[in-house]
Write a protein that binds this ligand. Structure first.
Ligand SMILES: Cc1cc2nc3c(=O)[nH]c(=O)nc-3n(C[C@H](O)[C@H](O)[C@H](O)COP(=O)(O)O)c2cc1C
Length: 386
């Protein structure tokens, strides 16, 4: 499946068109709206999120709650549009571009009439549309027993106790308890002690007019071995996942499994040794590879981390230059989040789901879900008989 998004931060709505989504998938609108609501949540978000109540409107490609195979078009209205579009139309030119944003380079590149036009499309509000597309992907993946969730691993210099992260040996019951604690947390953080420290850190940053970044982790469980390929570089599953996660505004680094710590571990300890039991088939006792070897899923959980820079709009302001006078100024102060890390864990899960759904379609068929499941079951039988 492929998709495009459109829409501005303070425009009337955000929209996406998904083409190539298989027919026959039950489309649960409530599930899509749940994902949108989770994206809006999290301690540290700004006042905008109190205004918006993101809800999807499905315009085409779904009939009687079932996908038809035709392009799916969706709209999510910006409730803030009514209040803000007149204000934005009448505001004076913004002359003090924000460092860390597209403001200055977008202004050059598009010979923009005003920096506002750059701000509007480069805003991370676009990710609302992608979370909705990711929810369609999630509904497809459910048919194959795949579930994906993201959580907060670090905010500023406060990290969770990594022992609380689900390891390769964690069974599905323990994973359920783990993700239950994530869903109940204001920061999507599984470690209550770390969460308390993170909340205090966010409050402190806010009081200083400052902002924070952090690290999120996404785990996809139940992914079949053999998605993606080593045959060409761009068919590698890790290539696609990394690109998708890197495309989220403010993500500065992406890792799989042990990610950036990989180089610190020696080969005999790093690699996920292969074991076999009749009841389990082939299995591993750890997951440093993050579920991908040779560009293919290996049957382990797919584990992806993303490092997120601090929010660039700070109430303290940053030094910048007036684009007309060339004098030094303090950067534009827009209504803004202090920390968006929990929301980014939802967006990252959505984009990972999009890549996984694509990989399932590539391997098992694109047209119809029943056909995909038949092909999938055939493949599973083949794997079981190895
Ligand atoms: C969910 C989410 C919310 C964000 N909220 C804000 C915000 O309120 N203010 C801000 O300046 N940047 C915010 N950002 C970060 C900017 O969108 C991002 O830093 C900017 O678009 C530049 O992109 P880059 O960091 O990838 O270079 C947010 C990002 C995400 C993903």
């Amino acid at each position: 499946m492929m998709f495009l998004t459109a829409g501005e931060s303070h425009g009337q709505s955000l929209t996406a068109i998904i083409s190539g989504y298989p027919s026959g998938v039950k489309i649960d609108e409530e599930y899509i709206n749940e994902q949108l609501a989770k994206r809006q949540a999290g301690f540290g978000r700004g006042a905008r999120m109190l205004i918006e109540k993101d809800k999807v409107k499905i315009i085409s490609g779904v009939s009687k709650d079932i996908s038809t195979g035709a392009p799916i078009s969706i709209i999510i209205d910006n409730l803030d549009w009514k209040a803000s579009h007149k204000r934005i139309e009448n505001e004076g030119d913004i002359l003090n571009p924000r460092p860390g944003h597209a403001d200055l380079t977008g202004y050059f590149k598009y010979r923009a009439l005003r920096i506002r036009d750059v701000i509007e499309r480069s805003s991370a509000r676009e990710t609302v549309a992608r979370v909705a597309v990711g929810a369609f992907a999630g509904l497809l993946l459910k048919q194959f027993g795949v579930s994906t969730a993201g959580f907060t691993e670090q905010i500023g210099d406060i990290s969770i106790d990594l022992q609380s992260s689900p390891g390769a040996e964690m069974d599905s019951a323990k994973q359920e308890i783990f993700f239950d604690s994530v869903e109940k947390s204001m920061l999507r953080c599984p470690d209550a002690k770390a969460e308390e420290k993170m909340i205090n850190l966010i409050k402190h940053a806010q009081s200083q007019g400052d902002t924070l970044g952090g690290v999120v982790r996404v785990i996809s469980a139940g992914v079949v071995a053999g998605l993606g390929s080593y045959i060409q570089w761009d068919q590698r599953l890790d290539t696609r996942i990394a690109a998708a996660v890197m495309s989220i505004p403010s993500v500065k680094a992406v890792g799989l499994g042990a990610g950036f710590t990989s180089g610190k571990i020696s080969g005999t300890r790093f690699h996920d040794e292969i074991f076999y039991e009749i009841s389990r088939g082939f299995y591993r006792k750890q997951n440093n590879a993050g579920g991908v070897e040779g560009g293919m899923s290996n049957g382990q959980n797919i584990e992806v981390t993303a490092a997120i820079k601090p929010i660039p709009t700070t109430t303290a302001g940053l030094k910048t230059v007036n684009i007309k006078s060339k004098e030094m100024e303090i950067s534009l102060k827009e209504r803004s989040d202090v920390c968006a890390v929990p929301a980014i864990s939802i967006i990252a899960a959505a984009v990972v789901n999009i890549e996984l759904a694509n990989a399932y379609q590539h391997k098992f068929g694109e047209d119809n879900i029943a056909e995909m499941i038949e092909n999938f079951n055939n493949y599973k039988r083949y794997l079981e008989n190895i």
